[in-house]
Design a protein around this ligand. Structure first.
Ligand SMILES: *[C@@H]1O[C@H](CO)[C@@H](O)[C@H](O)[C@H]1NC(C)=O
Ligand SMILES: *[C@@H]1O[C@H](CO)[C@@H](O)[C@H](O)[C@H]1NC(C)=O
Ligand SMILES: *[C@@H]1O[C@H](CO)[C@@H](O)[C@H](O)[C@H]1NC(C)=O
Ligand SMILES: *[C@@H]1O[C@H](CO)[C@@H](O)[C@H](O)[C@H]1NC(C)=O
Length: 464
């Protein structure tokens, strides 16, 4: 049995191939277009010797709120080990990497195209390469890479504190939301709960104005989620009944190992189920039952390692030079993934409970309905286990059909389903896989903007 199912196998193969190609004689430095530069980027110190986390911050381009109250979004990606650039340059940032770079001209320009569905239209948007070791956040040594979510949360809190302290007090007063996807389902609520716990003992001028967390296709409470894979694949028509029973037996084993706190074996068992399912279904990736999101991203991801390791691009983005201890940029860092092996089956549900129980914070969960691995059914399975007094009312709340107007024709198209009560909103996004904004950018932008502003279908006020 494989130690770990490749999270995104086809993508990984191409990225590794690109990394190999990058060791060929260096091409001329690439030019990073000025208009696509972050408002601010660089490194934020964290409580680990000689270590810091890389950040890229983009101020809101078209805010509808005064600067002092324009919300701030923090984006954390998954893996563990994926750079936040998976979000930034492939999903929600202001410019998306459109194809592999053209290195036949000198100097050539990084091919970026404006993203009409960027999340920094209404909000300031901060991408953090976390955990330490991810993306441009080079770890001083392999042993410095964190191995659990409490260290990750400590690092995120410290990085946020230094980001907020570097600017005027106005920045700190802005409402802040932690967002992200996939394995970020662990670090987002853990960092959120740590902020809530830390705030009361901090002087007023050092508190973080956390208002909510948003988790896309997250792994949050794996012991409940791992028990849904067979049902999901069978329900989608991807496996037959005998295969379903085989998968269910494997799931029971993973659950039993997790309940016995045999974390390493539980993690292996989960990886085994996912590898088995991928083989049985023949899908290129369990992240999308239609394979579409994965394959379209494969094409652009091919050139990503080459672009983000280019000396000119590193300098433009404020990343350390390779010669100054900057590690090579990788879309997915294997050493980080290995460091978290024992963390995979551990839960972050209690931290979501804490966020829901706290009067000032809200929780948005959203998943693409084509995600075979971390989709809506997997989310419902752990949501049922929340320890929150709004749970019964949430579970009996109607699941509303979400439609969006489609261009000038006056028609509307199905965008998904929204269930909400009190501080919790759950959205299943139609025609999307694991990386929701990659395939449904317009819908994802509408969702995040309305949720942050607490209005429309994604507002909590009307549901209470
Ligand atoms: C931190 O950097 C200093 C100066 O380069 C070095 O002497 C020291 O060993 C480093 N510490 C660790 C823990 O890497
Ligand atoms: C690269 O740039 C050169 C010069 O502008 C152009 O002739 C060539 O078609 C470009 N190649 C690609 C793959 O875009
Ligand atoms: C997390 O890892 C750190 C450093 O390895 C360790 O000191 C700490 O006890 C761990 N915390 C938990 C909750 O496992
Ligand atoms: C992969 O699936 C095929 C059937 O599609 C099966 O014959 C084979 O045994 C499977 N391999 C593994 C390693 O499960």
């Amino acid at each position: 049995m494989a130690m770990a199912a490749p999270l995104w196998f086809p993508l990984l193969v191409i990225v590794l191939a690109a990394a190999a190609a990058a060791s060929a004689p260096p091409a001329a430095a690439l030019v990073f277009p000025k208009e696509a530069l972050p408002t601010k980027s660089g490194y934020l110190p964290i409580p680990s010797p000689n270590a810091s986390l890389y950040f890229a911050f983009y101020e809101a381009t078209h805010p509808v709120t005064p600067p002092a109250s324009t919300p701030l979004l923090v984006w954390l990606d998954g893996g563990p080990g994926y750079s936040s650039f998976l979000g930034n340059f492939f999903q929600i940032g202001p410019y998306l990497l459109s194809s592999s770079s053209n290195t036949t001209t000198s100097p050539s320009t990084v091919p970026l195209s404006p993203n009409p569905f960027a999340w920094n239209r209404r909000f300031g948007l901060l991408f953090l390469d976390s955990p330490l070791g991810t993306g441009y956040s080079a770890a001083p040594s392999v042993s410095a890479i964190p191995t659990n979510q409490s260290t990750v949360a400590d690092h995120i809190l410290a990085a946020l504190q230094s980001f907020l302290a570097a600017e005027s007090p106005e920045l700190r007063a802005r409402p802040l939301f932690l967002t992200g996807e996939s394995y970020g389902g662990k670090s987002i609520p853990t960092a959120g709960a740590l902020i809530l716990a830390a705030n009361p003992s901090l002087p007023r001028g050092r508190r973080i104005n956390l208002r909510g967390v948003a988790i896309g296709d997250g792994l949050v409470h794996p012991v409940a989620q791992v028990a849904t894979h067979a049902e999901v694949a069978y329900g989608m028509g991807l496996i037959g009944d005998a295969q379903r029973r085989e998968a269910e037996a494997m799931q029971r084993e993973a659950v039993a190992l997790a309940r016995a706190a045999r974390w390493r074996e539980a993690s292996d068992a989960r990886a085994g189920i996912l590898a088995w399912l991928q083989n049985a279904t023949g899908l290129p990736s369990l992240y999308d039952a239609e394979g579409a999101a994965a394959s379209s991203l494969d094409a652009v991801a091919a050139g990503a390692a080459e672009v983000f390791n280019d000396a000119g691009v590193r300098a433009a983005l404020g990343a350390r030079r390779r010669a100054d201890g900057g590690a090579p940029w990788q879309l997915d860092n294997q050493a980080v993934e290995d460091a978290f092996h024992d963390d995979v089956m551990k839960s972050a549900k209690r931290e979501v409970d804490a966020l829901l129980r706290s009067p000032g914070t809200r929780v948005l969960l959203y998943e693409g309905i084509r995600d075979v691995q971390d989709g809506a059914v997997a989310a419902e399975a752990w949501v049922r286990e929340l320890e929150w007094d709004g749970l019964a009312a949430f579970r009996s709340a109607p699941r509303a059909v979400w439609r969006r107007s489609s261009g000038g024709g006056g028609g509307s198209r199905l965008a998904g389903y929204v269930q909400r009560h009190g501080a919790l909103v759950h959205v299943a996004v139609y025609e999307a896989g694991h990386l929701v904004p990659a395939s449904q950018g317009a819908a994802a932008q509408e969702m995040i903007e309305d949720w942050v502003f607490d209005k429309g279908m994604f507002g909590t006020t009307a549901a209470a």
